[in-house]
Design a protein around this ligand. Structure first.
Ligand code: KIV
Ligand code: ZN
Length: 536
């Protein structure tokens, strides 16, 4: 009999911990809906105690998602658990995920606690979480570097206290596949009540082994994998959802379990996460990279034409790749526009938002005759990108470039209530444009990354630009889309600047920094919500 492998997606929590990948509530809702449509079993929506924004986002996801379990992360602390429970209240199916570190180095240096105290705190946390829901997950942070005897004891205690899922994270991506697999096997064999909980794996990719380690865990008996779309996540990221799912599907001969996902949604989800976070997908990335199914060499092409299985182990269409399909054009009406967006998981709660998106669609259709799903997605993402309380707004751009001459760019911005223009020269038109913006804003930021990506084929394609800025150690990503790549670049730079100027104060789940609590009238659990010292 084939077991079910539970897919636990943590794009909205661990994925969001990537520097610069933080998402707004609306962005999280869109990703959550796409994950739900794909059939993800559990969606970890965030860390509710981290900030009011996180609390709000988890609550919003819990409200809209109906067919997946919504999960909130909580340290093994009463206030974290109570806040997570409060945020998850609207969910049809909810899970509280509580964790504490179990490796000698974490217990001694980070927690400054004795192992016995750690067990006590874990047990108390699981019991408290069980007051709110029957679905409680316990994670032993840094399990990959923990002492096996201690790990057996704490997990046995957590299960006895009511944990229904026990998660074994390789938090720092240190393990090797054979080692990690035998860790899972040993735990399942040695823990007397291991049959009372689902064993889960959560692997980081520091040595590029997150997927390999996770699959090895599955072969050893784990029946939940924690993963993220595109492998987004802290440092080198987490195990990539698309790789886990397709490995299990493609190698049914090896895995004694299966997933219930609609894999044809994979490419869509990948694009959505990439557009929203501004983290481009490398072309040779397995499953979702642009070249993942492209056969360049003559020998390969010949083989694939004769019989596709000569070089393809999966079908491109099974993961959602299809030739760009024209969906709408200049003459499409508002209804067709709304219907297609609905099919893509985008709903407008306010009529004005639909009208504004439709206006932008018409403007795009004037410049670009054939509008694809990717274009529609970008149009909506562009609206989502708008940072609330924008301090700098784009007004216009004029670029001059001629062979043998230094390119010049004149930008006009709306800043602090007035319109200001500046012209600058640069080594290229984008460089000149960024210099012109900086002459007005003078942000002091360092440009860490500039990348351009064409959303569809054809020279009239929308160009999608990502700009990563560093401001005193804080990293933000900005995105811009336009058929004019220089304009897209300017928009991306301005988007990043607005994020720099609107810092979101958040608390990191794995830091033990002391938090200051403030009363916030808006929430019932006021004293539980954190106020952080401003980041910039
Ligand atoms: O990597 C990790 O250990 C985590 C835990 C919070 C599960 O993300
Ligand atoms: Zn993690």
């Amino acid at each position: 009999m084939t077991d079910k492998l539970i897919i636990f997606d943590t794009t909205l929590r661990d994925g969001e911990q990537s520097p610069g990948a933080s998402m707004t509530r609306e962005e999280k809702i869109r990703i959550a809906k796409a994950l739900e449509r794909m059939g993800v079993d559990v969606i970890e929506a965030g860390f509710p105690i981290a900030s009011i924004g996180d609390f709000d986002a988890v609550k919003a996801v819990a409200t809209v998602v109906k067919n997946s379990t919504v999960c909130g992360l909580a340290r093994a602390l009463n206030r974290d658990i109570d806040t997570a429970a409060e945020a998850l209240k609207p969910a049809s199916s909810r899970r509280i995920h509580t964790f504490i570190a179990t490796s000698p180095i974490h217990m001694k240096m980070k927690l400054r606690m004795e192992p016995e105290q750690v067990i006590e705190q874990a047990v108390a946390a699981v019991k408290r979480a069980r007051r709110y829901t029957d679905d409680v997950e316990f994670s032993a942070e840094d399990a990959g570097r923990s002492d096996i005897d201690f790990l057996c004891r704490i997990i046995e205690s957590a299960i006895a206290a009511g944990a229904t899922t026990v998660n074994i994270p390789d938090t720092v991506g240190y393990n090797l596949p054979n080692q990690f697999g035998s860790l899972i096997k040993t735990l399942i064999e040695r823990i007397p009540n291991s049959d009372k909980a689902v064993f889960s794996v959560h692997c980081h990719n520091d040595l590029g082994l997150a997927v390999g380690n996770s699959l090895s865990g599955v072969l050893s008996g784990a029946r939940q994998v924690e993963c993220t779309v595109n492998g987004l996540g802290e440092r080198a990221g987490n195990a990539a959802l698309e790789e886990i799912v397709m490995a299990v599907r493609t190698r049914r001969d090896v895995f004694p379990c299966d997933v219930r996902l609609d894999t044809t949604q994979i490419v869509y989800c990948s694009r959505l996460v990439s557009n929203i976070t501004g983290f481009p997908v490398q072309p040779n990335k397995a499953i979702v990279g642009a070249n993942a199914f492209a056969h360049e060499s003559g020998i390969h092409q010949d083989g694939v034409l004769k019989n596709r299985e000569t070089y393809e182990i999966m079908r491109a269409e099974d993961v959602g790749w299809h030739a760009n399909r024209i969906v709408l054009g200049k003459h499409s009406g508002r209804n067709a526009f709304r219907t297609r967006l609905r099919e893509l998981g985008v709903e407008f709660s306010r009529e004005e938002d639909l009208n504004e998106a439709f206006r932008r669609f018409k403007a795009l259709a004037d410049r670009k005759h054939e509008i694809y799903d990717e274009d529609l997605q970008a149009l909506v993402t562009e609206a989502d990108l708008a940072v609330s309380n924008e301090r700098v707004k784009w007004v216009s751009l004029c670029v001059y470039s001629e062979t043998g001459e230094s390119p010049k760019s004149k930008i006009t911005l709306w800043i602090n209530g007035e319109e200001r223009s500046h012209t600058a020269e640069g080594s290229g038109p984008v460089d000149a444009t960024f210099k012109a913006i900086e002459s007005i804003v003078d942000s002091g930021c360092t440009l860490l990354l500039y990348s351009v990506n064409a959303l569809t084929t054809g020279t009239d394609a929308l160009g999608e630009v990502t700009v990563r800025l560093d401001n005193a150690g804080r990293t933000v990503n900005g995105q811009g889309v336009d058929t004019d790549v220089i304009a897209a670049s300017a928009k991306a730079y301005i988007n990043a600047l607005n994020k720099v100027m609107n810092p979101v104060a958040r608390y990191h789940p794995q830091s033990e920094e002391t938090a200051t609590y403030v009363a916030v009238r808006k929430f019932p659990l006021v004293s539980n919500l954190l106020k952080l010292n401003s980041i910039i």
